[in-house]
Design a protein around this ligand. Structure first.
Ligand code: BGC
Length: 436
């Protein structure tokens, strides 16, 4: 374990922005016109894997669609300066071409309230969910479907742009298509960039706030460090999930295995800041069809006491990743851990923020940090993972800040922290649980 009690005091740059992140489907409840809701009713879960024991539909989630003002008050009490949230396309256009004005008004009210409270807003336009009708038309798989997204943005953006301080067109657009290339996944990867670029240019017509799409920046590592095949495969996996996108944004060249390279001038430069979602590192195994390695035995003593894919804290990966992104400002749009024992969250925060500070010292222009997540929420198939700073009682929907929320509040207030701040909220290190 780590001695977080002795961490030296660190301070973040002046005007560093501190906040937390959520996503509509995971907190709002009753997102009934989305493709995810539809799948959930068929017992089809997106983060499904055979080993996963806990399955649940999103249902009322955290009932945030009703309690959104209370949640903004909570952000305010906890000192958050910024909030990253998503807008559900399927609420606004539940039926193709038909707008639900009450849904737009709901979001306008939420945004207005955030503005009144002095909380900066980063809006994600697509966080994994979209209308069922869009999915049934082929979703992102079809290039011609860009027209649906364009029409939606043409309707939405003029109504909300004045409230927004930062944009993510798509959440984790780089992970779509998986690790094993086929012509279909190559096509999907290209399309994700085209949808992103369309969103980028549309937003520019209505807003002067910076625009990005959140990048799930996984730190890949070879299962057998000295094995050439594992090492090269790691490079390859990094290429198709990370470098493919960085290269496309920097040069306009879409380069992907099995696809002829395309130059797309709309993609080149279509990103004002890198929006990084970072959780942990993942193992690459060249000898598995999935290319992903099983957990090592010793990692079964993991930090998360449940069946989940996050398996260890690896703050070093954050520094190494960020050092690849020195050509634009960076915001950490997600970083967090799921743990029933909140003390792990304090340790996780302390270590990752220390790593972030190190990245800044090494020359990365990091402007802000959004913890994932403000509250315990629906984790794509289960309510078991607890990522929240705030606990949510799933029956009464009562919100209760955890000690980590107060620890984070102090960090925000002091624009930094040290071992002493940790000692205020952590008396002893948490004990590792034996894995399932
Ligand atoms: C996603 C969130 C998710 C979190 C934890 C990120 O990949 O953007 O929606 O809840 O990871 O798994």
């Amino acid at each position: 374990m780590y001695d977080v009690f002795s961490l030296p005091s660190i301070t973040f740059p002046k005007d560093f922005l501190w906040g937390s992140a959520t996503a509509g489907h995971q907190i709002e409840g009753d997102n009934i016109h989305s493709q995810m809701w539809f799948d959930e009713q068929q017992d089809k879960f997106w983060l499904d894997d055979p080993g996963r024991k806990f399955k649940a539909t999103s249902g009322k989630a955290c009932d945030n669609y009703r309690l959104y003002r209370e949640d903004v008050d909570l952000l305010s009490v906890l000192g958050h300066q910024a909030y990253r949230m998503s807008i559900e396309w399927s609420r606004i256009e539940p039926v193709e071409g038909q707008w639900d004005v009450s849904a737009v008004n709901h979001y306008i009210d939420l945004l207005t309230y955030l503005n009144q409270r002095g909380i900066q807003v980063f809006v994600t336009l697509h966080h994994f969910t979209h209308p069922l009708w869009f999915e049934q038309q082929g979703g992102f798989r079809k290039r011609e479907n860009l027209r649906y997204f364009e029409r939606y943005l043409e309707y939405l953006l003029p109504q909300i742009s004045g409230f927004v301080n930062g944009w993510n067109v798509i959440n984790e657009f780089n992970l779509w298509g998986g690790l094993v290339p086929t012509p279909e996944t190559g096509n999907l990867k290209f399309n994700m960039l085209r949808f992103h670029a369309l969103g980028y240019h549309m937003i520019k017509r209505f807003s002067s706030a910076p625009v990005s799409s959140a990048h799930a920046f996984i730190h890949w590592f070879p299962r057998r460090y000295n094995d050439t095949l594992d090492r090269r495969t790691t490079g390859y996996v990094d290429l198709i999930t990370n470098e493919f996108f960085f290269h496309a944004i920097r040069t306009g060249e879409l380069v992907y295995p099995g696809m002829d390279c395309e130059y797309d001038p709309e993609v080149k430069g279509a990103l004002d800041f890198w929006a990084v979602n970072y959780y942990t590192r993942h193992m690459v195994d060249a000898r598995q069809a999935s290319l992903q390695g099983p957990r090592f035995k010793h990692k079964e003593l993991k930090m998360i006491p449940m069946d989940f894919y996050l398996e260890e804290m690896y703050p070093e990966g954050l520094v190494a990743n960020l050092e690849r992104l020195t050509d634009r400002p960076v915001y950490i749009t997600e970083n967090g851990c799921s743990a029933d024992d909140d003390r792990f969250r304090i340790v996780y925060l302390a270590l990752h923020l220390s790593a972030l500070k190190e990245a800044i010292e090494r020359g990365v222009d990091v402007r802000g940090y959004f913890y994932w997540s403000l509250m315990d929420n629906y984790e794509w198939g289960s309510f078991i993972p607890r990522f929240g700073l705030v606990e949510v009682d799933l029956k009464t929907f009562k919100r209760t800040p955890k000690p980590s929320a107060l620890f984070y509040r102090d960090i925000i207030r002091e624009n930094g922290f040290g071992g002493e701040t940790v000692q205020r909220y952590l008396k002893e290190l948490p004990t590792l649980q034996k894995g399932e």
